[in-house]
Each structure stands twice: as structure tokens, then as C-alpha cells.
Ligand binder design. Structure first.
Ligand SMILES: Cc1ncc(COP(=O)(O)O)c(C=O)c1O
Length: 448
């Protein structure tokens, strides 16, 4: 068969490997499945390769600060795992995940008020894979998914890959707005568009930095229950709150109406790639089958390593260490924004997690500003990546999880200078046209 059309591929070089050798012509351009058209590389990925240079303060990536882990101890634990339990750790495991780890996961979820049995837990390759499996079992092309606007870029990438139609629900500084949720469900039902699920990050939202308040939690549960809409509660940051006890999970109050997604990426380390889904029985069965068709079984090795860590190490203390470290960084970011940003810029004040969501003055476009910011040695993620409909140009995500507090302050100083210059240009020449964003950014570790 001779291919009819040819295209030059975009190389996905993350700046760490030499560019690939050979032809960049894609001989198979007209052979891809329709769903592959929804998979587009982020336009800003090339900029992030530059942003990872040491002279650039990156307020962009959401990388946990794993240096704060007792790495010697983790090393010993991993080494012992191979020498003592190698034949099990290096063997295939079950599609649902290691039974003992699933018990331990139930202990972790109890901190958020969830009372669940290990039998309803499916261990996944990070919660990102749980998102993929959920979407795989529920979504046909064109099906509707509800999600906050803005929403997690990795979830939007998955929904796009399965050709879902994402409808955004308004969010304010108290989380998703229940009236907006109810109205949207009503409008879609009236239009005859069945909703497959609501995807929500109620606690320490990525990228919004906001948390759904207690009163709204019950309202969201009630609205979805009345309408028969399943809730996917994505909660990787729930234990990283800076004040008080963890919030009660939505799943704690409706076991049949909520699929809960959890992860050890932020409370231990993303390198283990261990996350999970807690689902009603029937959904769990489908998830296990989907898991087996995707990867046969998760890595026994990393599951046992996480299990060993939880069994032998003071993991609650380690989470406290992370919380204190991220609180200090959050304070550094908010103090610097308060003292350095022009008054026309506004931002959220997170009570936990990794992110602040900033809103620029009218007429400024965060994606247009990014190359200038990188030239001034500071990076952020433009807001458009967090919407499936091209909006969000006036917003940016600032993350405080990775840089040291002094670097955060310096980054904000540089960013404030760039924004001030942009405002002057706007005042002199008028507003530029805000470009429409095409497609959905792929998640990529640099955007997580
Ligand atoms: C809201 C949200 N969900 C899911 C993920 C995926 O996490 P992981 O696959 O590492 O568990 C992330 C990662 O940043 C996230 O922020």
C-alpha cells in the first residue's frame, strides 16, 4: 500500500535526549485512528525545554520535591526487597493489584473519612492511568464529560484522546459552583446529551488552588445523585493541607455514586507510579478487565516497595514534613505576589497542594507573554492548557512545589516586571488579539 499523504512529524524532544535520527516524514499520516487527532503535543513544550535550564526559575512544572525524602532509607528498602522477596517482587502480579497494598491504601483513605474494603480498590500506574481506564470504560466518541473550568491538563488530554466532549462548569474561590453544575446538567439533559460523568478535583485543585467548601460538597453530591451522574473524584493532594485535619472526601458520603482516585505521587514519590481507583463493585470489575488489557498487571516491584515503605516507615510524619515544606513555599509565593505584582493582577490563596491560579488584567494574553517571561528567566503555564474550549488566555498557573523560597521570590520579581511591561505596551498600543488555542495540551510530566 502506498501512503497517499505525507506529513512532517513534530519531534517530541523533552530536552533530555538527542533528537531522533532518520526521516521526519510521517508516511502513515492518513492511517491513524480518529482518536489520535485529539493527541496533540503542547505548543509550549519547546519552551519548557528552555525553562528547565538552571538560570530559569520555573513556576511551571508540578514536580513534587522528592529530595525531602530520606533517600538512603528508600534505597535500603528497595535493595532489601530484591534480596529478600525478589522472586515475588520481580514476578507478574494480579490485575487488581497487590492485596496487602490494597489494605494499606484503605488505611490511607480512612484519613479522609472513607470506609472501604480492599476488594473495591484497583491499583493503577499513577492516578493518570486510573483516569485513562475510567475514560476507556465509559466514553464513546462524542460523549459528554463535565469538568471544572479550569481543569487538570492530564485529564483533559485523556478525555480528548477518547474523543469525549468536555463541558466546563464554573468554579470560584470556593470550588465548583453548584448552581452552574445544576443548570448545565439540566441544559444537557434537555438537549438530549447524556452525561457520562463529572470529573472533579474538590480539594487543593490543580490548577485552581481552591477547595470545595463543606456546604457545597453536599450540594454537589445531591445534584449528581438526583441526576444520576457518576462523580470521578480525583484527589492526589488531599493529605497536603496546610491547616487542620484533611477534608472529608466526597466518596466518604456516597460510596455508590463516586469513583475515588488516589495517588502516592505527592505523598511519597511519583517515580513509583503507584495510584489507585476505589469504585463501586461493578465499575471495579470493568476497571480490572481494562487494566489487564492495558498492562496485564502493574509492577509488583513498585507496589511491594510502596507497601514496605508504608509498613516500616513513619509515613504520616513524612507527609507532615512535605506539608511544612510546601506551606513555606506557598507563603513565599503569596508574600512575593502581594508585594510585587501590579494591583490589577489577582490570584487564589491555596490552603494546600501545589498551585496558585493567577488572573491577568484585561487585554493580556498569558501564552503571548510566556516567551518574553522565559527570556527574563521565569516560566509559568499559560491558562489555555487547562480548558478544552480555547478559553483561559487571561490566566496562568504558578506552582510553588519545586523551587526553594528564595528562587520563588526572584521568579515573581521577574514575572512582575514582564507583566508591568506588557501592561505598558497595552496602554500604548491597545490590546492585541488574543489567539485562539487549538486542541488540548498533552499532559507530559512537564505540565503535570
Ligand atoms: C489533579 C491530578 N490528577 C492526577 C495526576 C496524576 O498523578 P499520578 O499519575 O502521578 O498519580 C496529577 C498529577 O499532577 C494531578 O495533578
Amino acid at each position: 500500500m502506498t501512503p497517499r499523504r505525507w506529513a512532517v512529524t513534530e519531534e517530541l524532544d523533552h530536552g533530555q535526549t538527542p533528537a531522533t535520527q532518520g526521516s521526519r516524514i510521517d508516511a502513515y499520516v492518513d492511517r491513524y485512528a480518529a482518536r489520535a487527532t485529539g493527541m496533540v503535543a503542547s505548543e509550549i513544550r519547546a519552551l519548557f525545554a528552555v525553562a528547565s535550564r538552571p538560570e530559569v526559575v520555573s513556576l511551571a512544572g508540578g514536580m513534587p520535591y522528592v529530595t525531602a525524602l530520606p533517600l538512603d532509607m528508600v534505597g535500603e528498602l528497595v535493595s532489601e526487597l530484591v534480596t529478600r522477596r525478589g522472586p515475588v517482587a520481580l514476578q507478574y502480579g494480579s490485575g487488581q493489584g497487590d492485596p496487602h497494598l490494597r489494605e494499606q491504601i484503605c488505611d490511607v483513605m480512612r484519613l479522609e473519612g472513607i470506609n472501604a474494603g480492599a476488594n473495591d480498590v484497583v491499583v493503577t500506574v499513577g492516578s493518570q492511568q486510573a483516569l485513562d481506564l475510567i475514560t476507556r470504560i465509559f466514553i464513546d466518541p462524542g460523549d459528554v464529560v463535565l469538568a471544572e473550568g479550569p481543569s487538570y491538563v492530564g485529564a483533559l488530554g485523556t478525555f480528548a484522546a477518547y474523543q469525549a466532549k468536555v463541558v466546563h462548569i464554573a468554579m470560584d474561590d470556593q470550588g465548583i459552583v453548584p448552581e452552574s453544575l445544576a443548570q448545565t446538567i439540566y441544559a444537557l439533559e434537555t438537549a438530549g446529551a447524556p452525561i457520562k460523568f463529572l470529573y472533579t478535583i474538590p480539594t487543593f485543585h490543580n490548577p485552581g488552588g481552591v477547595t470545595l467548601n463543606i456546604a457545597r460538597r453536599q450540594q454537589v453530591l445531591d445534584i449528581c445523585q438526583r441526576a444520576g451522574v457518576l462523580i470521578i473524584e480525583d484527589n492526589p493532594y488531599g493529605l497536603l493541607g496546610f491547616d487542620g485535619e484533611p477534608m472529608r472526601a466526597l466518596r466518604a458520603d456516597n460510596p455508590d455514586g463516586v469513583v475515588y482516585l488516589g495517588s502516592f505521587s505527592k505523598t511519597l514519590a511519583p517515580g513509583f507510579r503507584v495510584g489507585w481507583a476505589l469504585a463501586p463493585h461493578a465499575v471495579r470489575d470493568k476497571l480490572v478487565l481494562a487494566m489487564e488489557s492495558a498492562v496485564l498487571s502493574h509492577s509488583s516491584f513498585t507496589q511491594l516497595a510502596v507497601g514496605q515503605y508504608l509498613a516500616t516507615q513513619p509515613w504520616r510524619e513524612q507527609i507532615k514534613t512535605f506539608r511544612e515544606l510546601y506551606r513555606e513555599r506557598r507563603d513565599a509565593l503569596l508574600d512575593a505576589l502581594d508585594s510585587l505584582m501590579p494591583p490589577e493582577v489577582t490570584w487564589t490563596r491555596p490552603g494546600g497542594g501545589f498551585f496558585v491560579w493567577a488572573t491577568l488584567p484585561d487585554g493580556l494574553d498569558s501564552k503571548a507573554i510566556l516567551p518574553r517571561a522565559v527570556a527574563e528567566r521565569v516560566a509559568f503555564v499559560p491558562g489555555t492548557g487547562f480548558y478544552s474550549d480555547g478559553s483561559g488566555a487571561r490566566h496562568m498557573r504558578l506552582s510553588y512545589c519545586y523551587p526553594e523560597p528564595d528562587r520563588i521570590r526572584e521568579g515573581v520579581r521577574r514575572l512582575a516586571g514582564v507583566i508591568e511591561q506588557e501592561m505598558q505596551l497595552r496602554d500604548t498600543f491597545g490590546t492585541g488579539s488574543v489567539r485562539d488555542h487549538q486542541g488540548v495540551d498533552t499532559p507530559g510530566p512537564d505540565l503535570a
